[in-house]
Design a protein. Sequence first.
Length: 353
Amino acid sequence: MGYGRYLAIRLLNALLVLALVTLLVSVLFTKVAEEDLKSSIQEQINMKLRANPELQKSLAADPEKFQQWYQREYSRLIHAYGLDKPFWVRVLERTKDTLLLNFGNTKTPIFGETSVKKIIAAAIPRTVLLFTTAQIIVILIGLLLGVKAAQVAGSALDRAVSIIAMLTSSIPMWWFGMIAILIFSFKLGWFPSGGMTSTPPKEGFAYYVDILYHMVLPVGTIVFVLFGGWAWTTRNIMIGTMQEDFIMAARAKGVPERKVIYGHALRAAAPPIITMTIFSLLGSLGGAIITEGVFNWPGMGRLYWTALQQNETRLLMGVTFVTVALYLISMILADLAYGYLDPRVKVGASQRT
């Protein structure tokens, strides 16, 4: 089986999983949306009645006429929203619309838009700017520290990396973010306490400098909490790889230590590291609800929280679909990276002994 066929099978499997997850989520959101729409229908009928005093007076004099009018309006709106269709028909329609990226509109504007697709498109770049930037810094620092700690296993640096990893990994990101705001924003006044830009926003080149200025505290918080775990994981992977026979053989042949570490050991350890990198980068596109809430950052995490607060089922469906799709993409990329980087992996074929 060739690499292209293997890729096609992996893509097909991912699409099937995405369709199944979308179907299951649609079952939940269709039921929630049904209750929400029924409440909206009641409100629309009441508003129509209040807006027409003459109709209200006429119907109030005849209760039977009022019941007939109310039932007629209710049935009309039920049909208009498609609630008279069987439940599973509505579930399949919602699933099809979601897979085709027809998310619909929100009830109230968010980020100045009502189109779910446009709202998500506006939120993703902001989350990329914050979380993906922070993740890249975390990965670079973690790799450098982890590889160096593995080179000098048992040294003071190695022990320090282990202690830092345990310390930073045990600190909740939202708590450290609040402490950072308290110290560096309210106490020292060095950085803004939240938001993406100043109010009112600056213009020209100063606008981009202002965004970077607002990124300092949230990026610093994310990097501090995550870099230790990355360094510790990289260190453990490298130590295991450096005990392999081919590393011992390279050293016995007199290969320079730098080439042994970066040319042999790091390449052999690349698949799991690449996997962590892919999951970290693509996972960062989903943002973090609490972290973005603490720093008032208008990204995917805050968008999800806003959708929950405002009961925007269409937006929740759209954000959930995008998040699941990103994780499936990361799994495919991780599989392909394994097949490309690790010569011991025979993609799409069984190894012969």
